[in-house]
Design a protein around this ligand. Sequence first.
Ligand code: ZN
Length: 227
Amino acid sequence: MNMAVMTRPAVLILLGPPGAGKGTQARMLEEKFGYVQLSTGDLLREAVAAGTPAGLAAKAVMEAGQLVSDEIVINILRDRLAEPDCAKGVILDGFPRTTVQAEALDDLLAENNQKINAAISLEVDDAAMVERISGRYTCGGCGEGYHDSFKQPAEAGKCDKCGGTEMKRRADDNAETVASRLEAYHAQTAPLIAYYGGKGVLRTTDAMGGINDIAQDMAAIVTKATS
Ligand SMILES: [Zn+2]
């Protein structure tokens, strides 16, 4: 008998601020390990569309303009984890957000004799992140991406590709907004970092390097956490 069949599905949690490359890394883990990334938004949408009891409960709450309770999210997650495509493992993105949710998730996993293999925190240097994100701009003509520090066009203000001179910056990419976004992230995530640190499953990776270096590091963490 193949031992892999007997292994319980892996459960990973990804923690990282916007711009840290969480989505990219999750996709790489999906490809390498055959896991499924589960984001709270997708879970809710799918359950509502499928009309499951938990989905209908979520729909009613959302239509009333209220927040979907932890209990409903957990019920939706319970249904989703039982689907065959989750047999190898799942990567949770956007849940849990609080320690109360983390405890509820532990209880849910315990029902199936499962546990969290690793909560992987993508660590960033805030100042470097502000520079990275706030320096971005794109050509309004062709969409080519540029950066104040890392990729200037040959002629200032003129697109290398199409010669366009209308450069665009996203309003929410300015330094102040990025800095406050990071601050909010750290404030929200600190309790979770402590929670998973206390459980001995917290792993960290330096998310400021190249995409492939980070992916290699993540793969090593996951291999170790699931063996
Ligand atoms: Zn252009």
